[in-house]
Design a protein around this ligand. Sequence first.
Ligand code: ADP
Length: 630
Amino acid sequence: MKEEKHFEAESKQLLDLMINSIYSEQEIFLRELLSNASDAIDKYRYLSLQNPDAFPSESHQIRIDRDKKERTITITDNGIGMSLEDLEKNLGTIAKSGSKEFLEKFEEAKKKDDMAIIGQFGVGFYSAFMVADSVEVLSKPIDGDAHLFQSEGKDTYSVEDAEAPFAHGTSIKIHLKKDEGDRHYGDYLEDYRIEGLVKKYSDYIRYPIVMEVEKVSDDDKHTDKKETELKTLNSMIPLWKKNPSEVKEEELKEFYKGKFGDYEEPLFASNVHVEGLYSYQALLFIPSHVPYDFYSESYEQGLSLYSRGIFIQDHYKELIPNYLRFVKGLVDSDDFPLNVSREMLQKTPEMAKIAKNIESKVIAELKKAKKNETEKYEKFFGMFGDHIKYGIYSTYGMKKDDLQDLLLFHHLGDDKLIDLETYVKDLDKKKPIYFASGKTLSEIKLLPQLEKYKKEGTDVLLLDKNIDEFCLMSMMEYKEHPFKDVSSESEEVSKEKKKELEDLSVKYRRLLDNLKESLTGKVDDVVFSSKLVDSPVCLSTKEGLSMNAERVLKEEPGEGKEGIKSTKVLEINPDHALFTSLASIEDDEQAKSLGSVLYDEAMLLQGYEIEDKAGFVAKINELMVKAMKK
Ligand code: ADP
């Protein structure tokens, strides 16, 4: 029985866009359908290895048939096939989450007339509607009946029972649109066009893609009747099985775009062949933009896993550590046992060994890029640098030696990024690497604690990412240079200066005590320091949590944040005019009432919110009134 059904709302929207947009890369429809066919055969082959009785082993191919009169192209595979439910689920709805993002991106892209975005979102099948005004999908799973799905890509599709001329598989027939102006959809019926597209996008597909083509022979010249032959259009050698020296960078990039459905070329591509105790081939890529769903739950990390050229699984997490989750690619090894379950495979020593090796390959490639392709590397680091830092932090510094030289930081010296090696280059042995941290670069640059370093011309790393400080803390030191927060209380001063500060605190003990008393619960101490140049006060922290770390931890989602508290010290600049006035206050109560103003001032200077804004304003007003009365 034929049933008419409505596309779900989002599919409908997508189809509208597909049909109505000028899509500059229409030709990729063929790549998308061939790659679906190849995936379907992969799935069949995998099941066949697991259960040869239910899925008898056979030879596989993808066939392209054309009917020039009817203007149809049919792509048939003997893969896993689809049941009625599969047809509706897979083709009637957008199975993937992220379709909403896609639609938004699409609107954006349309404005820029940049339609090349489609492949990225797994809307593969729908791409047929860019060239077709109707599509028929006849499909049969090995253990079920055949069904026909039909749609003009408008509001509805229909499904009905059908007979299939094959035991299992799928046949997709597309009815090409009429030619219109310079859009010659009919070209897709020509030998040269299809052969060219297969070579360009689908050459590596490991099953023969066959098509009847005109036979070129001398006899043809004399007869009208053209002879045809069944021709295999693709070379079938997976790119990663070819000798790396024979694979062009361009091919790698095209492969990436097709396999991972990205509309942009990868930033880095590498072709790895390892022979040894464990042998494997891998193609590894780093995208040149952050994947649209990278920070959502729907992002699937991991590499595609192949064994002896047979596809096993996409997004295999065990092949790449979490902190390198942005790496895309595939790994093929003869050493992966095929007769064990996916769960068992995870635990094999081969897997761990190869994963380790891949990790070090990625690190080595990044190091090379940092040295030789600075601009590209900086782009990479801007996108994924926090993940490298996370790699150091999340392993408690264990990966420090491998990863520390990949880090880049902003610094006080100039607007360029520097690495740690550059920072310590002219530094005396064991001297600290200074850093200042905060929410944004501009806020950090205004920190009162930096005044001294600016005056002396000492360089300071400026950490504006939440992970930065935690990363450095887990490293402890870099080549025997300890990291030192400019906002920590301790200060290296000359003997004379130390004595001077001590004398001052003896002399003004009472003032300091009054201030301290008025700030009970907020600061642990009030002291004089020589850190400041222009600012009257600043807040530093004692050993342990810094104010910035306190902020970051409190911003993290979760309960029980009460215990997170840095131990703060209010530091006073004895050379500031404000102090001279403070020093002359005789009245204890008056001194105490000023404590909170100084504290709030320091908080503001350092880019923090103050708790009692109304109270702060009231105090300032009171002081102004007093000043004006005088
Ligand atoms: P994607 O291939 O990115 O998942 P598509 O819209 O192209 O998105 O396909 C949706 C789903 O339909 C596929 O994931 C697959 O399960 C199923 N499918 C598509 N083509 C075939 C085919 N030739 N054989 C079997 N299943 C298919």
